[in-house]
Design a protein around this ligand. Structure first.
Ligand code: SDX
Length: 392
């Protein structure tokens, strides 16, 4: 043994690092980025401002933010070969698999190692990925919809341009609905970081071997894909569609969730850390109502969501286990309202989480953290002699 007695599956009670980026208090439902509350940031800042804050530790002044925007725009182009890679995927390819592959491919087209001693080298890698990633996200969606792979317009803001690249043809005149831009900006801010969640821990541990930033991000995308983590927002809509197809009886599904024989997890409910309401869910719930009201959307799926939410909040089994709607429950509803395909929901989560992954990777490298290498308690066979195949 390695001189220890207990293991901690899923690291539920293990502190992996010290970090100055995000503070959250699961009991009180508090979430702060570099000391600022997400309620204030979601209300008063925009996504790139928050990205700058998470990565560099301070809110940018006007000159810093203008330079950040300009430098990111300079990199808002990808190697043409990326189109060939995208063309190679079948239309049925899951967007998260496409995004992870394209992000790995960017590693091949860009300097793989970042000299962390050089602030300039690190800054250039950061603005490079912040410029290119939205294109990968938008082109992954265009690929899914069979649309041509084109850029947006440099005259637009960061989030507006993402929406344009996802949905519109460049020559199509483009007036973006401010409600949608504001809702997406808020969603991305609320997804930007969440301390040592599964995908961020993955980015840190891959980066701890001194693999490049882009390679570490590609690993984080794969971890986020899982339905217990970022994939939950897609799983929520698939669950709601299943309930609708099955007649819309939410009580039946509440019962299934409690059936220990055949455990059925209600996607979008519960959280490892928040043992009260997920503070992000509160803000996103309001934004979801705004988007649906403003777009005049009447959607039976969303009525089922509201029914499920109401029942879960009043159900002893759920209340005892502190299983409240989480960020993924409501974000899927907004993405659906914005006509984003369900399979793209987790890609949108990755777009939001990108600055957090970058910030955590940078902090881990600047603090010169050792390579991640946990130990184990061995429970296998004791030593035994080789057995010839004639005797097996
Ligand atoms: C995200 O970590 C992060 O920060 C993640 C995230 C981020 O921003 O990065 O916040 C984003 O991933 C949010 C979570 C999205 N996942 C889902 O919505 C999937 C459904 N949720 C569950 O799988 C679950 O709640 C987890 C994975 C989120 C948390 O699981 P835990 O903390 O390991 O809880 P557990 O599995 O120990 O369950 C405790 C009890 C169990 O019942 P008992 O054995 O005590 O009788 O609660 C039950 C579980 O069966 N339970 C659920 C449930 N979640 C837990 N029962 C029904 N439905 C659920 N969703």
């Amino acid at each position: 043994t390695g001189g220890f007695t207990t293991i901690d599956p899923g690291y539920k009670n293990t502190g992996a690092c010290e970090s100055a980026i995000t503070f959250l208090d699961g009991e009180k439902g508090i979430l702060r980025y570099r000391g600022y509350s997400i309620e204030e940031l979601a209300e008063k800042a925009d996504f790139l401002e928050v990205a700058y804050l998470l990565i560099f530790g301070e809110l940018p002044n006007k000159a810093e933010l203008d330079k950040f925007h300009a430098d990111i725009k300079k990199h808002a182009v990808v190697d043409d070969d990326i189109k060939k890679i995208l063309d190679a995927f079948p239309k049925s390819a899951h967007p998260m698999g496409v995004l992870a592959s394209l992000t790995s491919a960017l590693t091949a087209f860009n300097p793989t190692s970042v000299n962390v001693e050089s602030e300039e080298d690190m800054y250039n890698a950061i603005v490079r990925i912040l410029g290119k990633f939205p294109i990968l996200v938008a082109w992954t969606m265009r690929k899914k919809k069979g649309m041509p792979l084109e850029y947006g317009s440099s005259s637009l803001g960061y989030v507006e341009n993402i929406l344009k690249m996802m949905f519109k043809h460049p020559n199509e005149d483009y007036v973006q609905n401010p409600i949608l831009v504001n809702a997406l900006d808020k969603l991305l801010i609320l997804h930007a970081d969440h301390e040592q969640n599964c995908s961020t821990s993955t980015v840190r541990i891959v980066g701890s071997s001194h693999a490049g930033l882009f390679a570490s991000l590609a690993a984080g995308i794969s971890a986020l894909w899982g339905p217990l983590h970022g994939g939950a927002n897609q799983a929520v809509l698939e669950m709601l569609e299943g309930i609708k197809k099955d007649g819309g009886d939410t009580k039946k599904y509440m019962g299934k969730a409690k059936d220990k024989e055949d455990p059925f997890r209600l996607m979008g409910f519960g959280h490892r850390v928040y043992k009260n309401f997920d503070p992000r869910a509160k803000i996103i719930k309001v934004a979801a109502d705004d988007v649906l009201t403003n777009l005049g959307i009447e959607d039976p799926i969303l009525d089922i969501a509201k029914g499920l939410e109401k029942e879960a909040l009043e159900d002893a089994y759920f209340v005892d286990r502190k299983l409240y709607p989480n960020v993924d429950f409501y974000s899927g509803i907004i993405y659906r309202g914005m006509d984003i395909p369900t399979e793209m929901f987790t890609v949108m989560f990755a777009l939001g989480r990108l600055p957090g992954w970058i910030a955590q990777w940078r902090e881990m490298r600047l603090r010169k953290e050792p390579i991640g290498r946990p130990r184990q308690l061995y429970i296998g066979e004791t030593h035994r002699p080789f057995k010839d195949i004639s005797k097996r």
